[in-house]
Design a protein around this ligand. Structure first.
Ligand SMILES: [Zn+2]
Length: 171
């Protein structure tokens, strides 16, 4: 995965385009989302200095607990570009992502993230995901989520089928 650099060069690299302009767009999406019944989060995905897709939080209006701004934007960007691989893209999100969205950003191979608010400010607004970050570090047996492993041998059959498939698209 291209995102797995040995070192996080973060903000020291020269950004492409105008980061503030795209961040303002993400913030505006977040503000508008509130008036439309969504949560106060917006995200913009940019490639080669052009906006590829945008997203805002739609958890309540869409009855979808995964409809966070970043996931919504990633889905739209992948559809717009016709690929699951968003290498070369940047994401601008009005708030530091939750664990689900951060994971989605890695899976999408997005190479750079800009964020506005941080986790602490999100928690103050009633969106505290710190416990999920803490849960991730725990062994499944010690998580708040009751996690029971069953039928491991049968479950492995899907992996065997995948390994045996010669014409698969790896991702
Ligand atoms: Zn999220």
């Amino acid at each position: 995965m291209k995102t797995q650099k040995s070192e996080n060069t973060g903000c020291s690299e020269k950004p492409s385009g105008s980061p503030e302009r795209f961040m303002r767009q993400a913030i505006e999406l977040a503000r508008r989302s509130v008036s439309e019944g969504g949560g106060p989060f917006g995200a913009v995905i940019v490639k080669d200095g052009q906006v590829v897709a945008t997203g805002h939080n739609q958890v309540v209006p869409a009855c979808d607990p995964t409809a966070h701004a970043e996931v919504t934007a990633i889905r739209a960007a992948a559809k717009a570009l016709g690929t699951f691989d968003l290498s070369g893209c940047e994401i601008y999100t009005s708030c530091e992502p939750c664990p689900m969205c951060l994971g989605a950003i890695y899976w999408a191979r997005i190479e750079r993230m800009y964020y506005g608010c941080d986790q602490k400010e999100a928690a103050q607004a009633g969106f505290d995901d710190a416990f999920i970050y803490r849960e991730l570090a725990l062994d499944p047996a010690h998580r708040r989520l009751a996690s029971c492993r069953i039928l491991a041998d049968e479950a492995r059959e899907a992996f065997r089928a995948w390994e045996a498939k010669s014409d698969k698209t790896e991702y």
